[in-house]
Ligand binder design. Structure first.
Ligand SMILES: Cc1ncc(COP(=O)(O)O)c(C=O)c1O
Length: 393
C-alpha cells in the first residue's frame, strides 16, 4: 500500500517505527549500543541481524533506519544508508565500490569537495578518472570504456547549474555495464526522478534541503538492497561515517515539510530569475527553468521544478560581486544552500577557491559569479533586496 502513496505522503509517513508507547512523533533512540538477553543472542545477531535488531549505532540505529526507509521510499529505491555528511555519502558510495585499476568517468563541473574526491583521493588509490563536459553526451560516449566501473555526475552542477541528461548518460554507461552515481543535491528529493531515469546510486547531502533549516550535517546513499547492504554498508559501518540518531531525527522532521518548502522556494527562484534576466548589471542569469538556459528541456523532463538556486554573473568581477554581497539586507552571506533562509555565496573565493584560475575559467566560475539559494522569505522582498544590491554595484 505504501508503494502507491505519492512522494508527499511518503515524506510524512514512510519508515515510521513506533515503540510500545505509540508515540506520534518519531522517537530519538539516542543510544550507541543495544543490550542482549544472552551471549547466544549477541552471537546470533552478529551473524545476521533481523530488521528490528540493532548492534551498534555505527552499524545502524532505529531512528537512523526510519530516516533511511523514508528517503528510500521517496526516492523510489529499494534501500538507503545514512551518513554523517553529504561528503561521507559521496566518498562512501565511490570508495566502497572501487578498487585500484578501476576506471571512472566523471562530469568536470563539480562541487569543490566532490572534485577533490575524484581528482585527488581516488587517483591516489590507483583509480583512473576521466573528466568530461557533462552536458555533452558524445563526450560521455567517447570516454566510457568496456572496463569503466562507474560514472559520476551532479545532475545540476554547483554553482553554474548545468543540467546533465541523466537518462542519456545512464544509457551510455549501462551499455558498458558501468554504475551510474548521481549527486542529486540541487535537484532535491522533492523534484528527483533519478531512479526512474536510470541512476543506480543516488547521493544527497541531507545538510541541504532535507534538513532545510541550517541545523545538522547529514547525508544519504540510495540504491538497490544489494548495493546498499552488500557494498556501501560494510564499508561505511567499518570506516565510521554513520549519521548520528539525533541528526537522523532532525532529517526525518525535515522530510515532513520537504515538498512544501522546495516547491515554495523553487516558485520564488523562478519568479526572481525571470525578473532579473536581462538586467543591465548582469552578464548571465542562470536558472534551469529559464527559456535561455541551454538545458532547459532536459531540466523540464527530469525535474519537477527548476530547483531552489539561481546564479548571477555580475559585470565587474570580484569587486562588483563583493559590493553586491555587502549591499544585501535580507540574503545572508554563507555557503550552505537549500535553507529556509536565503543565502548568497561567492564561489570563486569560497567553495571553489581551491581550484586554479584556469580551472575556474573552464568551468564558467567567473569572479563576478554569485550563487543565491532562495529561501522561504517573501519572493518580492527577495527580489527587491537583490535589485537594491545590484543598484549599489
Ligand atoms: C553538490 C554537493 N554535493 C555534496 C555536498 C557536500 O555536502 P555536506 O556539506 O553535507 O558534506 C555539497 C555541499 O556542501 C554539494 O553542494
Amino acid at each position: 500500500m505504501t508503494k502507491d502513496w505519492s512522494p508527499r505522503t511518503k515524506s510524512v509517513h514512510s519508515g515510521t517505527r513506533r515503540s510500545q508507547y505509540g508515540e506520534m512523533s518519531e522517537a530519538i533512540f539516542l543510544t550507541q549500543g543495544f543490550v542482549y538477553d544472552s551471549p547466544e543472542q549477541a552471537e546470533a545477531r552478529f551473524i545476521e541481524s533481523g530488521p528490528e535488531e540493532f548492534i551498534y549505532a555505527r552499524y545502524g540505529n532505529p531512528t537512523v533506519r526510519m530516516f533511511e526507509d523514508r528517503i528510500a521510499a521517496i526516492e523510489g529505491t529499494e534501500d538507503a544508508f545514512a551518513t554523517a555528511s553529504g561528503m561521507a555519502a559521496v566518498s562512501g558510495a565511490l570508495t566502497s565500490m572501487l578498487k585500484a585499476g578501476d576506471h571512472v568517468v566523471s562530469a568536470k563541473a563539480l562541487f569543490g569537495s566532490c572534485l577533490y574526491i575524484l581528482e585527488d583521493v581516488l587517483t591516489r588509490y590507483g583509480v583512473e578518472v576521466t573528466f568530461v563536459d557533462g552536458t555533452d553526451l558524445a563526450a560521455w560516449k567517447a570516454a566510457v570504456r568496456d572496463d569503466t566501473k562507474a560514472v559520476f555526475l551532479e545532475s545540476v552542477s554547483n554553482p553554474t547549474l548545468e543540467v546533465i541528461d541523466v537518462k542519456g548518460v545512464a544509457e551510455i554507461a549501462h551499455a558498458k555495464g558501468a554504475l551510474v552515481v548521481v549527486d542529486n543535491v540541487f535537484a532535491t528529493p522533492a523534484f528527483s526522478k533519478a531512479a526512474e531515469l536510470g541512476a543506480d546510486v543516488i547521493v544527497y547531502s541531507a545538510t541541504k534541503h532535507i534538513d532545510g533549516q541550517g541545523r545538522c550535517l547529514g547525508g544519504v546513499i540510495c540504491g538497490t538492497k544489494e548495493f546498499i547492504r552488500k557494498t556501501a554498508e560494510p564499508y561505511l559501518k567499518h570506516t565510521g561515517g554513520a549519521l548520528s540518531p539525533f541528526n537522523a531525527w532532525v532529517m526525518l522532521k525535515g522530510l515532513e515539510t520537504l515538498h512544501l518548502r522546495c516547491n515554495a522556494q523553487a516558485e520564488s527562484a523562478l519568479f526572481i530569475a525571470e525578473a532579473l534576466e536581462g538586467h543591465n548589471k548582469l552578464d548571465r542569469t542562470l536558472y534551469p527553468y529559464l527559456n535561455s538556459h541551454p538545458q532547459q528541456s532536459v531540466a523540464k523532463e527530469q525535474m519537477g521544478a527548476g530547483g531552489t538556486v539561481i546564479s548571477l554573473d555580475i559585470q565587474g568581477g570580484k569587486d562588483a560581486a563583493f559590493r553586491f554581497l555587502n549591499a544585501l539586507g535580507i540574503i545572508l552571506i554563507s555557503n550552505n544552500l537549500g535553507d529556509s533562509k536565503s543565502i548568497v555565496t561567492h564561489p570563486a573565493t569560497t567553495t571553489h577557491q581551491r581550484l586554479s584560475d584556469e580551472k575556474r575559467a573552464e568551468l564558467g566560475i567567473t569572479d563576478g559569479l554569485v550563487r543565491i539559494s532562495i529561501g522561504l522569505e517573501d519572493k518580492s522582498d527577495l527580489l527587491a533586496d537583490i535589485r537594491t544590491a545590484l543598484d549599489a554595484v
